[in-house]
Design a protein. Structure first.
Length: 187
């Protein structure tokens, strides 16, 4: 069986972010034969600008595009900033969507997980992320997603992977991505 590769892009740059911890949970709960990689380096990617995109090579952009191209599926994990998707995640989507129509996100299965301390569970950012990556060419999975609210109460000082219910829900999202990528998951 070949290895299924899932690339996780996190919309928070903060090391202790619950959203980053959810991406780590995806990596920890991935079934045998599945590798979930939490992408490092989004902070180094410049804001999308077609002038610099066509001008030449940008190492941070090349690394992001290569990681997305090598992945079988994408997991986008987002907090909500002022009612929408964080700029760092939107910027990553913009870069991997280019060149338009053949970017690294084209036809890749994509799932979104959102989380926030509010009861809203970052649903606006969740919806905006799904919309942006769908327009960019990703195949957004309609029935594979997760929104988690009240994260302070739910996790406290603990890691989301310590919460059996949430860890199971995250694992189900990863399994859905794997299934959509056409790979078999070992039981």
């Amino acid at each position: 069986m070949s290895q299924t590769r899932v690339l996780a892009l996190v919309g928070s740059l903060r090391a202790g972010s619950v959203n980053r911890q959810l991406a780590e949970t995806a990596a920890r709960t991935a079934p045998e034969g599945v590798e979930v990689t939490v992408y490092e380096g989004l902070a180094e990617v410049p804001f999308y600008n077609e002038d610099i995109d066509v001008a030449g090579t940008i190492a941070s952009v090349d690394a992001l595009r290569a990681a997305a191209a090598e992945a079988d599926a994408l997991l986008l994990v987002t907090p909500e900033y002022n009612g929408t998707i964080p700029a760092v995640l939107k910027n990553a989507i913009d870069w991997i969507s280019r060149p338009y129509g053949v970017g690294a996100v084209k036809d890749k299965p994509v799932a979104v997980i959102s989380a926030s301390p509010s009861g809203n569970a970052a649903k606006w950012a969740h919806e905006d992320t799904r919309k942006a990556v769908g327009v960019a060419g990703g195949k957004v999975l309609e029935d594979v997603s997760l929104s988690i609210g009240a994260t302070f109460e739910k996790f406290g000082e603990g890691h989301p992977s310590d919460n059996a219910e949430v860890a199971g829900q995250v694992a189900a999202v990863v399994a859905g991505l794997v299934s959509a990528s056409g790979e078999l998951v070992s039981a």
